[in-house]
Write a protein that binds this ligand. Structure first.
Ligand code: SF4
Ligand code: SF4
Length: 252
């Protein structure tokens, strides 16, 4: 079974491509998150977790899911992180989690995908994102082959103390930077509610025909990037920047 957490679609794309190789079922963990469930899985099969890297660590919602969901002891677990540069201390965390839960840790790998963090960084036009995705495809194939054959990923080492520092940093970033106060819509909003539908945490409600952001946000950037009117902004940082509408919009 392959689990994924996604905002703009990078991790869903990678999960689907891996599933195309392994034949595994894929599941969007936002279903469990929105239902407030910590599921129990009793099938003795291989489990794969695919999620973005936020602040040099696997996305918080996926880390929470992997910590709280229950899988049978002894199952093989793989972690695949979509990122622009690095998965940071994810391997150290995944190894520790697997040892604590009695899973067989098979490794962590990265797939480099286009930048979607429009609130902080410069996002690119489709023509510049296409080669990034093209370049990722052989790596995804390789990952799929390794999982299918039950082989381990190459071992990735983290520095002593790196996990502790990264967890502190990720929590600080979550508490201080992943705010929703700066999201707003311009008058171009047509009340289509797409932003509500795409939020993987169910953090957007509707009030007076406009989206209203709650406090449970992981800055996945789905709402701002996928709004068809491009009328969501984040403070003064996003005006005029291209929106990343995901890999499916680039490679069919
Ligand atoms: S997706 Fe955009 S246009 Fe649609 S309701 Fe949300 S802000 Fe308005
Ligand atoms: S509110 Fe927007 S940025 Fe925050 S989690 Fe939902 S879709 Fe992602």
């Amino acid at each position: 079974m392959i689990f994924y957490f996604t905002g703009t679609g990078n991790s869903r794309f990678v999960a689907e491509k891996i599933a195309g190789k392994t034949g595994d079922e894929i599941t969007d963990i936002s279903t469990y998150i929105k239902a407030g469930e910590n599921p129990v899985f009793d099938k003795k099969e291989t489990y794969v977790f695919v999620a973005p890297s936020y602040c040099s660590f696997i996305a918080g919602p996926m880390a929470d899911f992997a910590e709280k969901a229950v899988f049978p002891k002894g199952v093989k677990v793989y972690f695949v992180v979509t990122c622009v540069a690095s998965m940071g201390a994810t391997p150290a965390w995944a190894k520790k989690l697997s040892a604590k839960k009695g899973y067989e840790y098979m490794g962590s790998e990265t797939v480099l995908m286009p930048q979607n963090y429009v609130a902080f960084f410069t996002t690119k036009e489709k023509s510049e994102n296409a080669p990034v995705i093209e370049k990722a495809l052989p790596k995804i194939e390789e990952i799929g082959d390794l999982i299918k054959s039950g082989s381990r990923f190459a071992d990735k080492k983290n520095l002593p103390g790196e996990l502790g520092f990264t967890l502190w940093q990720a929590k600080w970033f979550h508490d201080h930077m992943m705010k929703t106060k700066k999201f707003f819509t311009t008058d171009a909003c047509v009340s289509c509610r797409k932003c509500v539908q795409v939020c993987p945490l169910g953090n957007i409600n509707f009030e007076n025909g406009r989206p209203k952001w709650g406090d449970n946000c992981t800055h996945c950037m789905a709402c701002i990037n996928l709004c068809p009117q491009q009328c969501i902004e984040y403070g003064k940082k996003t005006a005029g920047k291209p929106r990343y509408t995901g890999p499916y919009d680039i490679i069919k």
